[in-house]
Design a protein around this ligand. Structure first.
Ligand code: IYR
Length: 225
């Protein structure tokens, strides 16, 4: 059903009605499923069908955004030479970060996670998704700023990570700093800034991840009843 409201086209919202029992069951299943997600740093080079990646990106791009501007570009890199170039540039920055730019406290906080400047996953993973935020749009030389860009792109990345997990793949939110080399290597326009880099693929065989605990509901939520 379609109609006009105040001169704009509307369609009827299709709500998926669930019984309370179904809600309980589905919310719990979704929680248990997402709670299994872990950031993975060791990847297999096993190929992933491109259509799976396309579905994942479409899911991310279905996220809400300020004034529905969808201020993002997902650069999907599987080209070996480009991955190699990205790895070299990222490791160069990371080397400087780990040997001086990051504080002692920061380095100590990262120790249990076992990270260092080496990023072999940038070449091993079959795909790298580099998310760019579009700070403004340019039409006929006219610049117009987008709204709530960080919030919008952050939410889209949440959808992306959840879709990757749901597809049976693994990822990692990698944030080399500074990230401008990605703008250059990928030839992105001026209005786009790199936001997050995510390797996507299968975990390497026998992957170990840090034994961490998640905060309890009491620690993260306050109910005002
Ligand atoms: N960007 C670096 C450092 C790093 C920072 C945080 I905060 C992490 O949770 C993990 C790593 C890197 O990618 O190694």
């Amino acid at each position: 059903m379609e109609k006009e409201i105040k001169g704009y086209p509307y369609i009827q919202f299709e709500h998926q009605h669930l019984s309370e029992q179904e809600m309980l069951s589905q919310s719990n299943t979704y929680y248990r499923q997402l709670d299994k997600r872990r950031s993975v740093r060791e990847y297999s080079d096993k190929a992933v069908p491109r259509e799976v990646i396309e579905n994942i990106v479409k899911t991310a791009s279905s996220a809400p955004s300020g004034a529905h501007k969808q201020p993002w570009t997902f650069c999907v890199v599987s080209n070996k030479a480009t991955k190699k170039e990205i790895r070299a540039a990222a490791e160069k920055e990371e080397q400087e970060s780990y040997s001086g730019r990051m504080s002692e406290r920061w380095l100590k906080d990262l120790q249990p996670l076992g990270t260092d400047w080496r990023k072999p996953f940038l070449e091993t993973a079959p795909y790298l998704i580099i998310v760019f935020k579009k700070v403004y749009e340019e039409e006929d030389g006219e610049k117009s700023n987008n709204y709530y860009v960080n919030e919008s792109v952050g939410i889209a990345c949440g959808f992306l990570i959840s879709a990757i997990h749901q597809a049976g793949l693994v990822t990692l939110t990698h944030t080399p700093s500074p990230m401008n080399f990605l703008t250059e290597i990928l030839g992105r326009p001026k209005n786009e800034r790199p936001f997050l880099l995510l390797p996507v693929g299968y975990p390497a065989e026998e992957t170990f991840v840090p034994k961490i605990e998640r905060k309890s509901l009491d620690e993260v939520a306050v109910f005002y009843e």
